[in-house]
Design a protein around this ligand. Structure first.
Ligand code: HEM
Length: 327
């Protein structure tokens, strides 16, 4: 391990030796080179990270939905072909890219990555990958919304393949069962604990009616929903709803990164079936109760799980000049 990496990792937060070992292993798996904490130390010192943070901050000042958009973009990037920026590529010719796959229809905030990339390119041309910029922007989105911050290992390469057809199988849908959710996470080397922690990303943002319509049908409301919450959702999303932008916040404090999501889940106010499914097992229910009672516990575990997700499957790719196109 590079000395700077060990130092930064140790100083970034008090982490047990075992956590560190796990982290290093995760960062070393996959097809590409290992990620590191000092990858750009010589090629683009400090400024790159600051430029990304500035782009996120600037966009957030105008649009409060940006942090949720960025965090979800990073998740959707990492779950399809690893964190290789494949979600950022535009469709071209007869190739329909990931961003045009059905689960990605409501992804947004791509322009923030474009702005960050332009700022970084002006500082150090051809050095920092789009995949790294997205990982850094997701971290900044969380931190600038009141959540924890962490040191993001970097050195990801940008992939050259992005296929809409891969999104439906790779990304779990909102009606996924507990078993299906576990399968999606375990298949990528992530644990059931990671599943519960990372679902806490739903402390930010919004879901369209179509994502939870299954729970508020005319013929019957999901009995797990609190009756007054169900009534509110039905008012927001009536059966004859034609407003494409209609929906609900994923938790009542949807611009703040906090533990409200877990407190809501315990009272029948979790929005998606996939959120509700996390209560299925006594062990995951206990984890939800822990985070509902302790925001610091949620923040600590969120950082660890994000590091694991962000380290998925680095590919032997390129550093794109434009995040929307392969070189
Ligand atoms: C566990 C499986 C997951 C499922 C089934 C799932 C599903 C969904 C769905 C259906 C939406 C609403 C989309 C819409 O209606 O527009 C959503 C939104 C969101 N998800 Fe997830 N998600 C999962 C995990 C995650 C993870 C791991 C993260 C990040 C760590 C995350 C972050 C978000 C965010 C921030 C939003 C709000 C996006 C916005 O407002 O633009 N989700 N998710």
């Amino acid at each position: 391990m590079a000395p700077a990496m060990a130092e930064a990792a140790a100083s970034s937060r008090s982490r047990s030796h075992l956590d560190l070992v796990v982290l290093m292993l995760v960062l070393l798996v996959g097809g590409g080179e290992a990620l590191s904490l000092d990858y750009y130390t010589k090629s683009c010192p400090q400024e790159a990270e600051a430029a990304v943070a500035a782009a996120v901050k600037q966009a957030m000042a105008k649009d409060r939905t940006v942090p949720a958009g960025l965090l979800r973009l990073h998740f959707h990037d990492c779950f399809v072909r690893g964190c290789d920026g494949s979600v950022l590529l535009d469709s071209s010719g007869n190739i329909s890219a990931e961003k045009d796959g059905p689960p990605n229809a409501s992804l947004h905030a791509f322009y923030v990555i474009d702005n960050a990339k332009a700022a970084v390119e002006a500082l150090c041309p051809g050095v920092v990958s789009c995949a790294d910029i997205l990982a850094l922007a997701a971290r900044d989105a969380v931190a600038l919304s009141g959540g924890p911050s962490w040191v993001v290992p970097v050195g990801r390469r940008d992939g050259r393949v992005s296929l809409a057809s891969e999104t439906t199988t790779a990304l779990p849908g909102p009606t996924a069962s507990f078993d299906q959710l576990k399968q999606a996470f375990h298949g990528r080397g992530l644990s059931t604990k990671d599943l519960v922690v990372l679902s806490g990303g739903h402390t930010l943002g919004f879901a369209h009616c179509s994502s939870f319509q299954n729970r508020i049908q005319q013929q019957g409301v999901d009995p797990a929903l609190h009756p007054s919450f169900a009534a509110t959702l039905r008012r927001s999303c009536p059966p004859n709803n034609t407003a494409r932008a209609a929906g609900s916040a994923l938790d009542p404090t949807s611009s703040s990164f906090d533990n409200t999501y877990y407190r809501m889940l315990l009272t029948g106010r979790g929005l998606l079936s996939s959120d509700e499914a996390l209560l299925t097992h006594p062990k995951t229910r206990a984890q939800i109760s822990l985070y509902a009672a302790s925001q610091p516990a949620f923040f600590r575990d969120f950082v660890d799980s994000m590091l694991r997700m962000s380290g998925l499957n680095n590919v032997a790719g390129e550093v794109r000049a434009n995040c929307r196109r392969v070189n």
